[in-house]
Design a protein around this ligand. Sequence first.
Ligand code: GCU
Length: 439
Amino acid sequence: MFWALFVAFAQVMGEGQQGWQPNPELVKALSQRRPDVIYDEAKVPPYTLPDPLVCLDGTKVTTPELWWKKRRPEILELFRTQMYGRAPIGRPSEMTFEVFDLDRNALDGKVTRKQVRILFTGKPDGPSMDLLIYLPNHVQRPVPVFLLLNFSGNHTVHSDPAIRIKPIWDRAKGQQVMPSEDTRGSSPSIPVEKIIARGYGVATAYYGDIAPDFPDSFRHGVFAAFDKLFGEKRPPDAWGAISAWAWGLSRAMDYFETDADIDARRVVVLGHSRLGKTALWAGAQDERFAIVISNNSGCGGAALSRRRYGETVAIINKAFPHWFCENFKRFSNREDEMPFDQHMLIALIAPRPVYVASADEDLWADPRGEFLAAKAADPVYKLLGTEGLPVQDMPPLNRPVMGTIGYHIRSGKHALTEYDWERYMDFADKHFKRATGKP
Ligand code: GCU
């Protein structure tokens, strides 16, 4: 009897609807605040995802060879031309690195700190990105490293007085301003000491060093330096800001390849929110990233656009017109016409491990849509001989699952928390085959 009821319930709930459920009070409150936004699962329209293993010409991808030779390049090209925009490929020939700080006894002697200025055009007055790197002293070199961009400047991630303060963008004024000393350590979303204690290095750079985050972005940063068409109309597939930030992450990787203290074959790229979208796009394109992690990346990141739950393509294109290329605007309110969806972005990372994380109160980012995208990437992971995602349904709160695809939904808000970091280090331990990671 109980079993029959359960089966009936499962059928009513439909495919992929089991496991975690959003707090109904929150759904109600958010729906009242934004009646134009879907927060109620029952209002999600029916949709069919494009099959990641069927080519545009209908060819079925039944072998890894077909994936690598035909379908993967095709999907990559779709995201390049239709969504994020096309960035310059590869390391710029004129780029140089300037290690302007090296302290092998930083943070009570436990850490080696390096600061490296990446001069994208080799010119000191051109765009440059400062990479702040902390490496553990108690583990054998070269060490694996977590790489992430930050929102407010390197000096905000830690109170270390040696972090060089550089101008940051005032988004309201559209200008660069010099931050004050008292903003040191004001945005502590990187638990440096904990990461070091587990034997990992961490490297970060300010995303605004690459390109500012406002609609007029294209006049500045790497766009101004690399766009040959600067001043003219931009082509509809010209790189948007997310593509530029992702490109910057690959330039950090270029540096890692030159640093004997860093294991460039064990770099984990991660990001939160818009920078989670960025980490996925960086990891999808640049196969040097060994593990890719999306923290609460939502629409335009890990969440399926076709669900239209929380933030939608139309909303994001309107609010952040500079994030994606012009072609992507054609899909506002026309998600079903997209020849791709975000599960295919995750699939581009295969067979490398990928972790998608959601937060219980972050319904704007559509946690279920993030899980379902990870799940819909699973056939590609399986085709390439990996374990893929080991569950069918969304796990309950704070119960991470870790196959080649990892997923968790934790309690709390839209943020990158210590809980998230601990899971990411567990995931890296598992895939880098490190015993415990602990000293
Ligand atoms: C907004 C935006 C999201 C984005 C987030 C962030 O909420 O709508 O798409 O992920 O900002 O980057 O914090």
